[in-house]
Design a protein. Structure first.
Length: 202
């Protein structure tokens, strides 16, 4: 299927028409995640399948930017049909939310429990998979489970904590959160600097 997928997560997957089929290309903010998407294309998946794997991979290695607690937009363009489709799976307000809820405390719309929207990330990608995925079922590709498994495998292959992720984490995590039992896992993540681990171990 000759389709071009572009969306807000910094992914662009170009799959040229068969008549001009020089190469299938997947680009993202992380080389491992790009490779995961590339493998999907090589194994018979289409651009949608590759985008799903790449995005789940990014959710693992860059959770401060994207992830299952969020949402997104996907623009799908079919070169062959010259048609475009938008899949909107951005976060939405809870069903019982009211406009007057935040009048007395406007900051509660941006901070705290009441500011959390209902995520659309997984449901939106699942919808794109069911409606626009290749439907190719091989030994290792491209069922829903296969696409997620490939994302996890590639993310864990040599994940490194980027400076951007580290800075975002350090500015958002309080000392009390660093002292929690869950934070102990940080010492097992490759690329976490010693100073960050020492901060946790104080």
């Amino acid at each position: 299927m000759d389709i071009d997928v572009r969306w807000q997560f910094g992914i662009s997957i170009l799959e040229p028409a068969p008549e001009v089929h020089y190469a299938d290309v997947v680009t993202s903010d992380n080389v491992n995640c790009s490779l995961a998407g590339q493998f999907v294309l090589q194994e018979g998946g289409n651009a949608i399948d590759a985008a799903i794997t790449t995005t789940f991979c990014l959710a693992l290695v860059q959770p401060h930017i994207t992830g299952i607690g969020g949402g997104g937009l996907m623009l799908i363009h079919s070169h062959r049909k010259n048609t475009s489709t938008v899949v909107d799976f951005r976060e939405v307000a809870p069903q019982n939310a009211r406009n007057d809820r935040y009048i007395q405390n406007p900051l509660s719309a941006s901070f705290g429990r009441k500011s959390v929207g209902v995520p659309g990330f997984v449901k939106g990608l699942e919808h794109a998979f069911q409606r626009y995925g290749s439907g190719h079922i091989g030994l290792t590709c491209c069922s829903w489970t296969d696409l997620i498994r490939k994302a996890i495998t590639e993310a864990l292959r040599s994940v490194q904590v980027s400076d951007h992720f580290l800075n975002a984490t350090q500015t958002k995590i309080s000392q009390s959160e660093l002292d929690s039992p869950d934070a102990t896992l940080l010492k097992y993540v490759p690329g976490v600097p010693t100073s960050f681990r020492q901060k946790k171990n104080r």
